[in-house]
Design a protein around this ligand. Sequence first.
Ligand SMILES: [Zn+2]
Length: 424
Amino acid sequence: MTQSPQPPFPLGKAILDQAAALARFSDMEGGLTCAYLTPAHRAAQARLAEWMEAAGMQVRIDAIGNVIGRYAADPAVGEAARVLMTGSHFDTVRNGGRYDGRLGILLPVAVVGALNAAGIRLPYHFDVVGFAEEEGLRFKTSFLASSVLAGRFDPALLDRTDTDGVTLREALAASGLPGAGSIEALQAAAVDPATLHGFVEVHIEQGPVLLHHGLPLGVVTQIAGSSRFQVRVQGLASHAGTTPMTMRKDAAAAAAEMVLLVERRCAEVPTLVGTVGQLQVPNGSSNVIPAECVFSMDIRAGEDGIREAAIADIVAGIHAIAARRGLVAEVERVPPVNNAPCARWLMDQFGAVLKKRGLQAYELPSGAGHDAMMMQRITDVAMLFVRCGNAGISHNPLETITADDAQQAAEAFVDFLRHFQPRA
Ligand SMILES: [Zn+2]
C-alpha cells in the first residue's frame, strides 16, 4: 500500500496574504468596514467565490448572499455522502479586523486547495460557507446569514431599515441575489439537517487567553449565551442652579448607580460578564437636571443559569434604585441568545489532532457569539480557536495572527478532515 501524498505546505502566509487582499474591499478609506450588501461586500463575496472555484470547489450563492463552496466527496462513496460543513462570516464591524470571521473561510478554502492539488478526496462532501452577515452592522440583525441556512430566518427582519431608511427587503430586491428577497427563497435556502455530519468553525479567538497561555490553538467548549437590555430611567427635568440636591430626580445619577450595580454583580462569578456600552441623556444640556437616561446592558455567561440569576438580581436592583430615588425605570429585554454547547465527539477529534501535533488540547469557552451558535440549533458544532496577537484585541484594525499560527491551524485542520469520524 502506498502512503497518501501529503498536501503541499506551507499555507500560513498565503492565508494571511488573502486576508490582506480581501481587506482591500472596504466601505471606508484607510480601514476595513464591510457592511452587508454594500459594493465592497459584493466584491468580497465575488472574490471568495473565485478563490473557492480555484481551490476545486463547486460554488453557489444563496438567497441571503452566502457563498457556499463544495469539495465533493470521493465518487466511490456515492449517493450516501453526507456533508461536513464549515465556515464563518465575511462582513465586519465598523473599522474592524481582517481575520474576524474571514479566517474561518480562507483557511478551509486553502486546505481544500492543498487537498485537491494532492489528489486527496474525502469520504464526505465538505462545504465551506462564507456567511454574508453576522455582525449586524447595517440592519442590526446578528446571525442573519446563518439564520437563513439554519432555517430560522425571521421574516419580520425584512422591514428593518439601515441608517439611510433602506429596508432589508429593498436591499435584497436590488441585490440580484437569487429570489430577490422573497420569503419563499429565503426559507428554501435552509439546509436539511439530516444531510449534515455537523458544523465546525475556525475563528480567531478575539481574546487574550491562548496568547496568555502560550498556545497557538484551542478547542471551544461552548459559546456563551448573551442577554441584552435597553434600560430607560425617567426622572424630572429641572433647573441645575435652583433645584436643591435633596429635591432632584436625576435620571443620570440613578443610571450611574445602576451601571455600578451591573459591574459589581457580574464581578461575583468568574464566567459572568456585564457591560453597559451605550449611555445617553437624550436631549440633555449642561444646565438642566437629566429627565431621562437610556443605557444598554449586555450580560453573558457560559451557563444560562448563572446569567439568568445575575439578570434577576440586576433587574430587581435597578427597580430598587429607581424607587429609592423616586424615579421610574423600564427594562426592555432583547430576546436572549442561549448558550450553545459544542459537541464532545467533535471537540475530542480536534483535541486528538492537537495532541498528535505535540500541542496541548486546551479547552476554553467563547465569550463572543459566532455563526456556529446558530448552526448549533440544527446540528452538532465545534470550534477551533486560533491565537489572537496584540493582547487579544479584536473588532479593531490591530487584530492580528501570525503566519506560523495560521500554518499550525491549517495543518491541524487537514489532519482533522482526513481522520474525521462521523458520529456513531
Ligand atoms: Zn466573528
